[in-house]
Design a protein around this ligand. Structure first.
Ligand code: NAP
Ligand code: MG
Length: 502
């Protein structure tokens, strides 16, 4: 536990001020909140269908809140069957009459325009992402928004080069894509879905998650500003029932879904026997593996980045840590020290490392697993950091040591800042343990030896494997899972293939 003490420090005006000094981290920071002056959030948002913002058929709206203070940010339209039908019809019409007929290089120009406007409005997007979802402004600003723009740039470049992407083939679009995204990377997931679909000549009906609709509605404004023909992109809001209406609509040619394995299975059942194509990007329980020859300080940073940043709300989070036995004590000590220096608090503060948990429901899930872990007999450890008082949903960075393979906290996705630590002796043993999960989305390997990296990456059953780094993304690299983590790839050339008949 960190020892903290109050010290009186003389301020420049001569007054003495209280400052909390933390002997472990050695630092305390003055607040550095990002400003909200430059953004506009409307009191109410409509559905973006056929190039216009329109009222929902049933006239129903739901609130979206800021999970850091539980205050309502806006009321958002709830799309029902009639609205979904209207959106699909608009997309079909745009597909038949405009988008599939347009020269590919013209399509590319529109996608570039979206990318550029998004870059111009990057600060606005970052702030709204943080307010609506609870992630830190640092992450929204440095990861979500730049990567989302990069995705549009990347796929804009492919729009008129599809025949080079698939030489000797005659690729053509699928038609109307129904796209459903989760709340952990709202804008980025919208970009992952919309950019390749448009580049390949498809039109889109996208639904954002109930708790984080605002940046996708801002994206709708960008799409309007970029002058995309009406109906090419339709963005609707609602909860799970709205998503199901999209999946079940008979005139959808493709379902692209990112979310939980449970809903992925429902979708797979729903489209069985139809000719709808699907890509499902589902849950994960990644193994982050530290060998005894690894650069340990770098590995500890990677572990922290892999599970604690973004509150562990990452499908590919390194939620299982495997440490080789002879360095286990030192890695755990370094990890605990580093955890002590993490700041949990106001997501809008640029110093904050861990923001707010996305929703009350998700905090409930995380706390349920913490209870389960304790009940299973794993050794529990949390940093001694303080949590904001009063409102909001918060969780301290949490470790479970002496976890065994059969523990639920080692098998099930928690989707929060909770790390399950196990040790191993040999490479064969850790590969077997790492693969012993229903998931297969991602993994990490930390070692000094290239040969070990190649050996392990060939044997780990995971779609993405990072070596001596973690959670690094690039639009040119395909991303996706094995087993219950889903099928199909997003990003890169593979991501184009998912939106084409090749
Ligand atoms: P979720 O409950 O499966 O929701 C995902 C999306 O599906 C949301 O828009 C949701 O609507 C909608 N939905 C819910 N029920 C539906 C149904 N019956 N039919 C159609 N759509 C439905 O997942 P989540 O809790 O939001 O997101 C976390 C999960 O996403 C985690 O398991 C995580 O691993 C996974 N994820 C995977 C990836 C990847 O690339 N593999 C990336 C990010 C996240 P509402 O939210 O509005 O209810
Ligand atoms: Mg919200």
């Amino acid at each position: 536990m960190a020892t903290t003490a109050k010290q009186k420090i003389k301020a420049s005006n001569g007054n003495s001020i209280d400052s909390s000094l933390d002997f472990n981290s050695g630092w305390s920071y003055s607040p550095a909140p990002e400003s909200t002056d430059h953004i506009e959030i409307k009191d109410q948002y409509e559905l973006f269908i056929n190039g216009k913002f329109v009222k929902p058929a049933k006239g129903k709206y739901f609130p979206t809140i800021n999970p850091a203070n539980e205050k309502r940010l806006s009321m958002v339209a709830e799309a029902t069957k009639e609205d979904v039908d209207k959106a699909v019809k608009a997309a079909r019409n745009a597909y038949n009459n405009v988008w599939s007929k347009m020269p590919a290089r013209e399509r590319g120009k529109y996608i570039y325009r979206i990318a550029r406007i998004m870059q111009e409005r990057a600060r606005e997007f970052a702030v709204i992402e943080t307010l609506d979802g609870g992630k830190t402004i640092r992450e929204a600003r440095d990861v979500d928004v730049p990567l989302a723009a990069a995705h549009f740039f990347y796929y804009a470049g492919w729009a008129d080069k599809l025949e080079y992407a698939f030489p000797g083939k005659s690729p053509h679009p699928l038609g109307v894509a129904g796209q459903i995204i989760p709340w952990n990377f709202p804008l980025l997931m919208a970009a992952w879905k919309i950019a390749p679909a448009l580049a390949c000549g498809n039109t889109v009906v996208l639904k954002s998650a109930e708790t984080t609709p605002l940046t996708s509605l801002k994206l709708a404004e960008v799409i309007q500003e970029a002058g995309l023909p009406d109906g090419v992109v339709n963005i609707i809001t609602g909860a799970g029932a709205t998503g199901a209406e999209i999946v079940n609509h008979p005139d959808i040619n493709k379902v692209a879904f990112t979310g939980s394995t449970a809903v992925g299975k429902i979708i797979q059942n729903a489209i069985a026997g139809t000719d709808k194509k699907a890509t499902l990007e589902l849950g994960g329980k990644a193994a982050n593996i530290v060998l005894d020859d690894a650069p340990l300080d770098q590995a500890v940073e990677g572990i922290i980045n892999g599970i604690y940043f973004n509150q562990g709300h990452v499908c590919c989070a390194g939620s299982r840590l495997f440490i080789q036995e002879d360095v286990a004590d030192i890695v755990v000590r370094k990890l605990k020290d580093r955890m002590e220096s993490l700041i949990v608090g106001d997501p809008m503060d640029k110093n904050t490392d861990i923001g707010a948990i996305n929703s009350k429901e998700q905090l409930g899930v995380i706390n349920k697993y913490i209870k389960i872990g304790k009940g299973e007999g794993a050794e529990f450890y949390q940093s001694s950091c303080s949590l904001p008082n009063g409102k909001g949903f918060w969780c301290k960075p949490t470790l479970f040591l002496n976890v065994s393979q059969s523990h639920r906290i080692a098998q099930e996705e928690i989707f929060g800042p909770v790390l399950a630590v196990q040790t191993f002796r040999t490479v064969e043993e850790v590969i077997e343990k790492a693969n012993n999960t229903p998931y297969g989305l991602s993994a990490g390997v930390w070692t000094d030896k290239g040969a070990k990296i190649f050996n392990m990456t060939n044997k780990l059953r995971a779609g993405v494997i990072w070596a001596n780094t973690y959670n690094k993304f690039d639009p040119a690299s395909p991303f996706g899972g094995y087993k219950e983590s889903g099928f199909g790839r997003e990003g890169g050339l593979h991501g184009l293939a998912a939106y084409l008949h090749v």
